[in-house]
Design a protein around this ligand. Structure first.
Ligand code: SF4
Length: 200
């Protein structure tokens, strides 16, 4: 699993709208699931965007964890997309690194269902590294679910006892981040735009 490359859309070092507590979030680039009303269309192209080694992604995580403010300790990593399971080797390599070198929690979003993931390359191995999986195609015609649930058909799978359902449900649905240079990032699910936006 050395020198694996991940096609990354974006990374946000600090976010509170992508899982419980303060988290570093990584959006994988590329998805072919074609959900109607996809809320992340800019992440769907499968062309190379930002190509990072697993080590380079982990270094960004580690930097964010070391530099966070004492009152806002990073408690976990969120991985979204795009579709993270389109890059199973890179995803597994990254999760192994996080598990092996930190006690950060791991939350993953996928358009695949749990049973579809289990049948994919490295599927079971990847699932063994995840605390919480939010799974299923986004269906814009359905209502929004609570917290992080984009549409009511999607399912929250608590794969370890790290979190309770209430921890996931009470996560803020959206967030506006203004960095010290005045750069504004929207992340989460914005009702008025019906889509998710993010940038690094
Ligand atoms: S899984 Fe996500 S990124 Fe892929 S088409 Fe569906 S909503 Fe869009």
């Amino acid at each position: 699993m050395k020198n694996l490359i991940i096609n990354v859309h974006s990374i946000i070092p600090y976010t509170q709208a992508n899982g419980p507590g303060m988290r570093t979030a990584i959006w994988f680039q590329g998805c072919v699931l074609n959900c109607p009303g996809c809320y992340n269309p800019q992440t769907r192209s499968t062309e190379p965007n930002r190509l990072f080694s697993v080590d380079a992604v982990y270094e960004r995580i580690d930097f964010a964890v070391r530099k966070c403010l004492p009152d806002d300790l990073v408690q976990g990593i969120t991985i979204s997309g795009g579709e993270p399971f389109r890059q199973p080797a890179g995803l597994l390599g990254l999760l192994q690194r996080i598990r092996g070198e930190s006690d950060l929690s791991i939350l993953v979003f996928s358009g695949f269902t749990l049973s579809e993931i289990a049948q994919q390359p490295h599927g079971d191995d990847i699932l063994r590294h995840i605390d919480t999986l939010i799974a299923g195609r986004y269906q814009s015609g359905l209502g929004r679910g609570m917290g992080l649930i984009g549409s009511t058909n999607q399912r929250i799978h608590l794969l370890t006892d790290r979190y309770r359902l209430s921890d996931i449900i009470k996560t803020p649905a959206s967030e506006v981040i203004i960095d010290r240079n005045g750069h504004v990032t929207f992340t989460g699910i914005f009702q008025w735009a019906s889509r998710k936006e993010h940038a690094d």
